[in-house]
Design a protein. Structure first.
Length: 134
């Protein structure tokens, strides 16, 4: 009888839902890698990174050379009857105002694994409206 190696003998059995979730995660990781390979920030032109959760939206300007966050903004301070897309535009404008105080005018937009659509697009347009160029 053939003996199984350690890796073959102890592989956990995954159900259909777990396999599907793993596939979605791999697709998201590939998409993120494709987008981030083309994008790199520096102190002269930092990277505008966006993170979107179901409830909130976060954006930050990152200097990849020093691995430092220069400016950050989120939607946690906004209250009132606004749509998520409207709030995303306000977050972009807030980020642009904070960037101007640090004398940053040019950035590289990093959408991560998200499509340039909806809240991500609204944030980018808000940042442009606030004076950032990318």
């Amino acid at each position: 009888m053939r003996s199984l190696g350690e890796s073959q003998a102890r592989q956990p059995k995954l159900n259909q839902g777990q396999l599907k979730k793993m596939g979605k995660r791999r697709i998201k990781d590939k998409s993120m890698k494709r987008a981030s390979v083309k994008v790199a920030g520096s102190s002269k032109r930092p990277r505008l990174s966006v993170f979107r959760s179901n409830k909130h939206l976060y954006a930050q300007l990152i200097d990849d050379d020093k691995a430092v966050t220069l400016v950050a903004a989120s939607d946690k301070g906004f209250k009132g009857k606004y749509t998520k897309t409207d709030i995303a535009g306000m977050v972009g404008e807030t980020l642009a105002k904070k960037a101007k105080t640090k004398k940053i005018s040019k950035v590289v937009f990093d959408r991560g694994s998200y499509r340039y659509h909806g809240r991500i697009k609204a944030l980018a347009e808000g940042a442009r409206k606030g004076g950032l160029k990318f």
